[in-house]
Design a protein around this ligand. Structure first.
Ligand SMILES: *Cc1c(COP(=O)(O)O)cnc(C)c1O
Length: 404
């Protein structure tokens, strides 16, 4: 189906931070499948682990115990604030599970009516991104993604991200006639919506209010989680703990996997209430375990922090040389956004020009160019990426030759 506006580029091979197209041209990959290929392309550890797993056992139903799944859940439990994990196959699906959990929390813990007029509400942020399935896209606070798919799922309300006063006003309005809000769903840093880092003071206040009302605080860590932020989890950048968080993208390093991770006190779902055929299958969990092992063994979150600092420095230098085009740089670790001025080229034009220079990048909204490279990226790649980006910026700014 025609669901993607694709670039005319066919990638056929990858190694580390490099990918090759079908003409044999090499690109430095600042996209990594959009924050997916944590260990780079064709990682030796993943090739070996998945090869072994494929020869051992590919798939079994969740009717039975799956040791790889228990091990990966154990790693998440031992290294995060969560006590238990539900595995699925994507970010949207992880958020769907979180939304079901929120609804149940609203009913059983907050005693919210099940009627549609007084049913549980989930508050999410404007400019957020939570996926494309019907409830996840409803949670996504961007009207352009709703357009044409109405009616949306009931029970969602929106507020401006990082805005304490607006959040409190919405919360108090929703709670005015008794318990109504089941959960607040937020990205620690808004990725797709423009690389907007969460404000720790805002998140601290949301945490306090959620505690006061017994409202679930759910963080969507699908893009920032698993080391990319420079910490293992994005919430560590904010100095708070969520009640639940979702993972996907980088967790499998390129193998599809998603997860809903919850604290014991909100582990409300009982046998039969949620399920997935493929979720947590041995291959996906072996991929997740391998990413987890490599993250620890190579201390990749700290590496992401250091490489993010270097990238940010280099991009700030670039901004200094091109002040009419670049407004600034923002982000955490290896999730950085180059913010372009409205007068200059659009993000998509810079991305296209960068591609012509052998550098892959992805827009985040209309005016931000996003860097989400493999966490294994080295200083020489960062220097090379910024060199290529500068050539792309110059190409974008070339005045179109006048007809006379
Ligand atoms: C990509 C993304 C999703 C959706 O994940 P899919 O695997 O595409 O369904 C959800 N939330 C955030 C923050 C994302 O970046």
């Amino acid at each position: 189906m025609n669901t993607y506006g694709r670039f005319p580029l066919e990638l056929v091979r990858g190694r580390g931070v490099w990918v090759w197209d079908s003409n044999g041209r090499r690109y430095l990959d600042g996209v990594a499948g959009i924050a997916v290929c944590t260990l780079g392309h064709s990682s030796r550890a993943l090739r070996h682990a998945l090869g072994r797993q494929l020869r051992k056992l590919q798939h079994v139903s969740n009717l039975y115990r799956v040791p790889e799944q228990e091990q990966l859940a154990g790693w998440i439990r031992d290294n995060s604030c969560a006590d238990s994990v539900f595995f699925c196959n994507s970010g949207a699906e992880a958020n769907e599970a979180a939304i079901k959990l929120a609804r149940k929390h609203g009913h059983v813990v907050r005693g919210i009516d099940t009627s549609s007029e007084r049913g549980p509400l989930i508050l999410s942020a404007q400019a957020s991104f939570h996926g494309r399935t019907l409830a996840a896209v409803t949670a996504t606070g961007q009207p352009k993604y709703h357009q044409g798919f109405e009616p949306m799922v009931q029970g969602f309300r929106y507020f401006p991200y990082n805005d304490i006063a607006a959040f409190e006003a919405l919360l108090h309005k929703c709670e005015a006639a008794g318990p109504r809000v089941a959960a607040v769903l937020l990205e620690p840093l808004q990725g797709e919506g423009g690389v907007n880092p969460g404000n720790p003071a805002f998140f601290k206040r949301v945490r306090e209010l959620c505690d006061r009302y017994n409202i679930l605080l759910i963080l969507d860590e699908v893009q920032v989680g698993v080391g990319r932020s420079g910490c293992l989890w994005g919430y560590q950048k904010l100095g708070i703990e969520p009640d639940a968080f979702t993972l996907a993208k980088g967790l499998g390093g390129g193998f599809p996997i998603g997860a809903l991770c919850v604290k014991a006190k909100v582990d409300h779902l009982k046998p039969g209430e949620h399920a997935s055929t493929f979720g947590g299958n041995p291959m996906a969990c072996r991929a997740g375990l391998t990413v987890a092992e490599e993250l620890s063994r190579r201390n990749l979150p700290a590496h992401a922090e250091a490489m993010g600092k270097l990238l940010q420095e280099r991009l700030l230098d670039l901004a200094g040389r091109h002040p009419l085009v670049i407004e600034g740089v923002r982000g955490w670790g290896l999730l950085q956004g180059l913010v372009l001025r409205a007068e200059g080229p659009a993000a998509i034009d810079v991305v296209k020009a960068a591609m012509a220079e052998g550098l892959l990048l992805v827009p985040a909204g209309t005016n931000v160019v996003r860097f989400v490279p493999p966490l294994t990226i080295q200083p020489r790649h960062i220097r090379e990426a910024v060199k290529r980006l500068e050539r792309a910026l110059l190409a974008c700014q070339k005045p179109t030759p006048s007809p006379n």
